[in-house]
Design a protein around this ligand. Structure first.
Ligand SMILES: NC(=O)C1=CN([C@@H]2O[C@H](COP(=O)(O)OP(=O)(O)OC[C@H]3O[C@@H](n4cnc5c(N)ncnc54)[C@H](O)[C@@H]3O)[C@@H](O)[C@H]2O)C=CC1
Ligand SMILES: O=C1[C@@H](O)[C@H](O)[C@@H](O)[C@H](O)[C@H]1O
Length: 344
């Protein structure tokens, strides 16, 4: 069976996903695209030689009976309306982060999905599919480092544009750590506090950069997460988990080791696209396979999107107040509880 995809938003990551579904993965085909910039949608069809209809908007694309899955790769504020409409039409959805820009918006998606009686939505938190994070989680789950006590993490981008402001360090960037860190340690967040170190000269008036977040979990783990989006030297993701019996660290991106000009060196990537290329491929192949074979996606859920939104709201508040802010979630519906394996 081939899963037929309609893509809403043919910008940077929309095209990346179209390319991987068309040329790298198996079991999926792009049959429809749309973008508020219709030229971009048409160019995309030509660029990847797609046999796909270009629709004027998301609603028309969702109404196409040939579309099984709606991929949402438009700008964050547009996600909620598209996801709700797609879910109400009974379509599967792969939505890039954020699921919605507010916790209330995520809850509306959760409610629409529960009404359909089955999981339809997966959120694009691809780090859960990154080989390094998967190994880190296995080490923690197998108690190889004992109980986790602290995490030291960093999310560094070489540079950002003038439209990237202080709040985006949370909603655009830290959001990946917000999702992956609670998943790593199987714990819930309790509070967050932010401090602003001396600002780099490479930032601009509306952006505090770097920022340092201290996040505490209900179980008492303290996470120190740096976001530094004008670090200049490359795209660098760090994560070290300090446990009672040892320390486990995310592996460095592997590159050849060069001996040259009296130096021993390895390269650092400069873009998320390359750093997480394999993770995006595994993520979307897993989405295709689980929908095709099991009838529902098995990756990050709408509820994970909600957790991320609530936590992001507290982080933004903490940026503004300088105080420790509480992170309080609604009770998790049974609908989103992991299915336990039946004992034989
Ligand atoms: N998982 C990840 O690592 C990444 C996730 N993202 C997320 O993916 C989304 C898209 O990001 P980019 O591709 O970098 O942005 P982009 O600006 O390159 O592309 C977004 C496209 O969506 C279109 N668009 C906006 N509103 C629309 C609407 N209502 N209907 C149809 N088209 C609409 C725009 O015209 C544009 O072509 C964002 O939510 C972003 O946070 C982006 C990069 C990496
Ligand atoms: O999602 C992403 C971008 O939108 C964001 O701007 C970057 O900071 C992240 O590293 C990348 O993964």
């Amino acid at each position: 069976m081939t899963l037929k995809f309609g893509v809403v938003g043919t910008g940077a990551i929309g095209r990346e996903h179209i390319d991987r579904i068309t040329n790298k993965l198996s079991g999926g085909k792009i049959v429809a695209v749309t973008d508020v910039n219709q030229e971009s949608a048409k160019q995309t069809v030509e660029m990847y030689q797609l046999d796909a209809v270009v629709y004027p908007d998301d609603q028309a694309l969702i109404a196409d009976e040939n579309v099984d899955v709606v991929v949402v790769t438009s700008w964050g504020p547009a996600h909620e309306a598209t996801v709700v409409a797609a879910v109400e039409a009974g379509k599967y959805v792969f939505c890039e982060k954020p699921l919605a820009t507010t916790a209330e918006g995520c809850m509306r998606i959760v409610e629409a999905e529960m009404k359909q009686g089955k999981k339809l939505v997966q959120v694009g938190f691809m780090r859960r599919y990154d080989n390094g994070y998967v190994q880190l989680k296995q080490a923690i789950d197998n108690h190889e480092i004992g109980e986790p006590l602290m995490i030291r993490a960093a999310h560094r981008n070489p540079t950002v544009g003038e439209n990237y402001v202080t709040e985006m360090a949370v909603v655009d960037t830290l959001i990946h750590e917000i999702d992956v860190l609670h998943w790593l340690v199987n714990d819930d967040y309790k509070s967050v506090q932010v401090v602003f170190p001396r600002k780099t000269k490479y930032s601009h008036e509306k952006l505090q950069d770097p920022q340092l977040f201290t996040i505490e979990t209900v179980g008492g783990i303290v996470m120190s997460v740096e976001v530094f989006v004008n670090c200049k030297y490359g795209y660098d993701i760090q994560c070290e988990v300090i446990g009672e019996d040892g320390v486990a660290k995310l592996p460095e991106y592997s590159s050849i080791v060069m001996r040259k000009d009296e130096k021993l060196s390895t390269s650092i990537l400069n873009d998320w696209k390359y750093r997480f290329m394999d993770a995006y491929n595994v993520e979307i192949q897993d989405f295709i396979d689980s929908v095709t074979k099991k009838g529902e996606p098995q990756g990050p859920t709408s509820w994970d999107g909600y957790i991320a939104a609530v936590t992001a709201d507290a982080c933004v508040k903490a940026q503004q107040t300088g105080q420790k802010e509480a992170i309080v979630l609604n009770e998790k519906p049974a609908f989103y509880s992991e299915k336990k394996l039946q004992k034989a």
